[in-house]
Design a binder for this molecule. Structure first.
Ligand code: AMP
Length: 399
């Protein structure tokens, strides 16, 4: 069975075509800068990448191009679109929808009704779905939500201590994000240590350009660091993470900022970029810190400290932890970050082999724990697209 996974952003569209019988990706790529002088990169294993500047005015054009590339006599991997059995869409926010599901008119209308609480990621996901529906009508389509893994959180974890009526009226609550990644790596970690997920307390640190940490007890999320939006929790590439909410109202008054301008400060000008003044990219901030830039060093220290704090609080919430794991761009690749987070955590039973941490292979599951460490410390590469393809396959097979 062949499954196309589509991940539509505001001006981008990522795709991967899986052959689920062979368990492999047969083509993948990215359309970027949609509507503003677009470019496409199309990759097939073992073959040279195809890159081109293209004219894509919207997501409809992008999907049409993806299908042309996939079926192109020279660049393609399938003879016709009919070979695609189903499509899995990454949808960041599922609101009340708690598991992956077929996209019906009703589901689509519901997603449209919640764009107010998901203004950045909602509209592009809907555009991606609509574009696919237009060119592949009747093809099974599944939505996989970043929020759904977190739907097991109890009210004491997901509610904010605001007047209860705002939860009732506007559904203001913690939803959590990156759920597809947290679910994938938690399952992978359990398989890696050969124990049932239901027997484990796991803390999953998804640290990338966006970052979140999740506490998974017996396979169920009990808490997560991102909230109503992906803004809460850790400092990120350009997001502030958690701040005293009064700082926001104070700055709006002092700087005469509109809500949109304030959102912009919190989302696009803060985090690593805001503190370091250098970059939102961890590698560049790391290089600047190495070269002696004090603010870059401070930004890294703040990220490490916030990560430790959240890990510590989740250990307290779960009364222990069996596995602490790192994933995503920073978690999988930044050895110094992992070392700094895990240092001086022996009181909590966390100790890594620092030498191995500096030399371990990339791109595979790795156990960093020092001998005698009570907690297993792992690096587990994430694969959200595979999780989306797997959910899609399971729904289609069982339908
Ligand atoms: P993601 O959003 O998961 O793609 O992660 C992007 C982040 O991972 C960026 O901040 C990158 O700088 C960081 N990253 C990627 N590779 C490395 C690396 N080799 N060392 C340090 N950070 C990295």
């Amino acid at each position: 069975m062949k499954i196309l996974v589509v991940n539509a952003g505001s001006s981008s569209l990522k795709y991967q075509l899986f052959d689920m019988d062979e368990n492999k990706v047969i083509a993948k790529g990215l359309c970027e800068k949609i509507g503003i002088g677009a470019a496409v990169t199309h990759k097939r294993p073992g073959k040279p990448d195809y890159k081109a500047d293209v004219d894509l005015k919207d997501h409809d054009d992008a999907i049409a191009l993806v299908l042309r590339l996939l079926t192109d006599p020279e660049l393609g991997v399938i003879a016709s679109v009919n070979e695609i059995d189903a499509i899995g869409h990454r949808v960041a926010h599922g609101g009340k929808l708690q598991s992956s599901m077929f996209i019906t008119d009703e589901v689509l209308h519901y997603l449209e009704s919640i764009v107010g609480i998901n203004p950045l990621h909602g509209p592009p996901a809907i555009k991606g779905i609509n574009a696919c529906r237009k060119v592949m009508p009747g093809k099974p389509m599944v939505a996989v939500f970043d929020t759904s893994f977190h739907s097991t959180m109890p009210p004491k974890s997901y509610l904010y201590a605001l007047p209860y009526e705002y939860y009732e009226k506007y559904k203001v609550r913690r939803y959590g994000f990156h759920g597809t990644s947290h679910r994938y790596v938690a399952n992978q970690a359990a398989a890696f240590v050969r124990k049932p997920l239901e027997s484990l307390k796991i803390i999953t640190c998804h640290c990338g350009n966006g970052s979140s940490i999740t506490a998974v007890n017996a396979g169920k999320v009990i808490d997560t660091s991102m909230g109503f939006t992906p803004q809460e929790g850790l400092p990120m590439g350009t997001r502030s993470g958690s701040v005293d909410p009064t700082v926001v109202t104070y700055l709006m008054r002092e700087e005469n900022l509109t809500p949109d301008q304030m959102d912009d400060v919190l989302n696009k000008k803060s985090g690593l970029l805001g503190v370091s003044g250098v970059s939102s990219d961890m590698r560049e901030v790391g290089a600047a810190a190495q070269a002696g830039n004090e603010r870059a060093k401070l930004a890294l220290d703040m990220l490490v400290q916030s990560t430790k704090k959240i890990i510590g609080s989740y250990i307290a919430e779960m009364n222990g932890v069996d596995i602490l794991l790192f994933t995503a761009g920073i978690g999988e690749n930044d050895r110094d970050f992992r070392q700094a987070v895990c240092r001086n955590m022996d009181y909590l039973g966390i100790a890594i082999d620092e030498k191995y941490n500096q030399s371990c292979p990339r791109g595979e599951n790795v156990d960093l724990s020092a001998p005698g460490s009570k907690v297993k410390v792992l690096v587990i590469p994430t694969d959200e697209e595979l999780m989306i393809a797997t959910d899609t396959l399971n729904l289609v097979k069982n339908n």
